[in-house]
Write a new protein. Sequence first.
Length: 127
Amino acid sequence: MVRADAQSPDFLTQLSCGDHRVFADVALEKGGQGSGFRPHDLLEAAFASCLQITMRMYANEHEIALGDSHIVVELVRSDDTTTFVYEVVFDRRCSNDDRERILDVLSRCPVKKTLSKTIAFDLKSSD
């Protein structure tokens, strides 16, 4: 569970989960200070971190050297569609076979599975 608490100045928000903290804000042009991730950045970050963790877990299990391989995620929104565009930038030392195996595993990362399902919102009443 994540808790969101308002901070000063306006729009700065502290997000906490147990002992972990991160800050969210809005861009300067929207009245924020740009002092943290924008809310949509956090969606990108959730997916990117899951891809990166999944890649590293698979690589560790199969003794694949990833070198400087990394993930880039961009959220592209239109009126009817939200698309997570992602790129896996492989270190040149990764073989084509390793790349194909990793891409196959990444196609099934847990956050991608979650985001691919129908999403519902349920407001819990606080008495």
